[in-house]
Ligand binder design. Structure first.
Ligand code: NAD
Length: 466
């Protein structure tokens, strides 16, 4: 499935589905609480009730979430408000991300029972709820993460207390109320997903230490992943990446140029899986740049301008300035005196492998390109720039030995071959979607089973019917 097809599906869904307005001024909290303890308490009650419903019914609840999200005005409102509130990303790309989160997060089929029978009877192993899950969500995918995690966690029989980034507070409140309202209408327990009205680090820490929260899921940078992993509770960490792309001389360079621009500029480079630096074999470097420019990249050739760019977007400690994260390429270029039209989606420049913008995860549509003597050097430099995150890497090549070498050497959770990075989360590639890619703790592409406990049930002697 390619992007155009997704776009077409979104368009169709928008046309087909009737609107339903939610009045957020109604005197009802629909999952949003003044204080975190109340949000957790309501979540406990909701989870106990949810556990009385069959897994098939939970799947229906999840399907209701899918339905409400892909309604025209909801999809548009959430996508628009996420961009407006956080100042991050592109509206049309948020539409695509929210849509795939709703339709491509796996359903009940993800939870397969393991049955063992023999002369001693039958033993079942099943995916069961943890209970109340505390899910911490990032500014970069504020609604996508809530959509995908709500679906997966509820199918698993859990309720969720979300802890959104304070800069995505209003949008998170809206989506949580929207989902709860839709779920209540079809008879689901109230408050299956909750949050506190004023998210803060203090509230997140209270949630982390509350004994009623049984599983923690952190989708964000290294700080929050470390915090949940130090909590003494079961925790799933979906952390930072700095995905490198390697292009060798056997690749289809025209396709590589197009795919890299598409992937790297998707939602202005904020997805943790997006291409963040390129290592290309020198002999095909200029050709690659040529095709990137044909597909919406703007090349800066003046070294002083590159320095100006770096000084503009980096803080003194080298970290990205928040005000430039997820901004349009056109906006960033204007700030260094370069005026371009709206077709420019990505800023590129040739540089050396140690360059700061190569090594740092910037989350802006800025893609440094490093020419390398040969593919083995390119793979080595990619390994270094990935910093052992083992998150995502991309390679454009027809040489299966080198593709295999890079896949094994970098050990990434997602390795995409000959496609834009988003093929790795089911957009234009096979497989399901998630916005919680758990590299550090090993769950990988999370789904309902990632948020479940496996429990065993044994019956002696009977029910072996073979
Ligand atoms: P962030 O780490 O600043 O914030 C993520 C969440 O953690 C927010 O809700 C924030 O409020 C909270 N948080 C951060 N530090 C905290 C602390 N000390 N105590 C309590 N709460 C804290 O990240 P962000 O800028 O919102 O998102 C971008 C980062 O997330 C990037 O590094 C990106 O790679 C990563 N990310 C990873 C995935 C994945 O699936 N692996 C998905 C999306 C984003």
């Amino acid at each position: 499935m390619d992007l155009e097809l997704i776009q077409e599906m979104v368009k169709q869904a928008l046309e087909e589905l009737k609107s339903e307005n939610v009045d957020f001024n109604q005197v009802s909290n629909y999952g949003v609480f003044e204080n975190i303890d109340d949000a957790i308490q309501a979540s406990c009650k909701a989870q106990r009730e949810l556990f009385t419903f069959s897994p098939q019914k939970r799947n229906e609840f999840a399907n209701e979430i899918r339905k409400v999200i892909i309604k025209k005005e909801n999809l548009e409102m959430l996508s628009r408000e996420a961009v407006e509130e956080t100042g991050i990303g592109r509206y049309e790309d948020k539409i695509k991300k929210n849509y795939v989160a709703a339709v491509k997060t796996p359903g009940i089929e993800d939870l397969k029972t393991n049955a063992m029978t023999g002369e001693d009877g039958i033993t079942l192993e099943e995916y069961c709820p943890f209970g109340v899950i505390g899910s911490i969500t990032p500014t970069t995918n504020p609604t996508e993460t809530i959509i995908s995690n709500s679906i997966s966690m509820i199918i698993g029989g859990n309720s969720v207390v979300f802890s959104p980034h304070p800069r995505a507070k209003k949008t998170s409140i809206k989506i949580i109320q929207l989902i709860n309202k839709a779920l209540e209408k079809i008879g689901a327990p109230k408050n299956l997903i909750t949050m506190v009205k004023e998210p803060s680090i203090d509230n997140t820490n209270k949630m982390i230490s509350n004994p009623n929260v049984r599983l923690l899921v952190a989708t964000g940078g290294p700080g929050i992943v470390k915090t949940v992993l130090s909590s003494g509770k079961k925790a799933i960490g979906a952390g930072a990446g700095n995905p490198p792309v390697v292009v060798d001389e056997t690749a289809d360079i025209e396709q590589a140029g197009r795919d890299i621009v598409l992937g790297s500029s998707f939602d202005n480079n904020v997805p943790c899986i997006a291409e963040k630096e390129v290592f290309v074999v020198d002999s095909v470097c200029d050709s690659l740049i040529y095709y990137m420019k044909k597909n919406g990249a703007y090349e800066i050739t003046d070294k002083n301008k590159v320095l100006e760019l770096q000084n503009l977007v980096c803080q003194e400690n080298g970290k990205p300035k928040t005000e430039f994260v997820g901004k349009d390429a056109k906006y960033i270029l204007e700030r260094i005196g370069i005026n371009v039209d709206d077709s420019v989606r990505l800023i590129i420049f040739k540089t050396y492998k140690e360059h700061h913008l190569v090594q740092e995860e910037m989350m802006m549509p800025i893609l440094p390109i490093v020419p390398c003597d040969n593919v083995d050097d390119a793979i080595e430099y990619a390994y270094e720039a990935e910093h052992g995150n083992r998150h995502t890497a991309i390679m454009h090549s027809k040489n299966i030995d080198k593709l295999s070498k890079m896949a094994k050497y970098l050990e990434c959770t997602i390795f995409v071959k000959n496609a834009p990075s988003y093929a790795g989360i089911g957009v234009g590639g096979e497989g399901s979607t998630t916005f919680t890619i758990a590299g550090p703790t090993g769950e990988g592409i999370t789904s309902a089973k990632s948020f479940c406990r496996i429990r065993r049930c044994a019956m002696k002697d009977s029910f072996n019917i073979r």
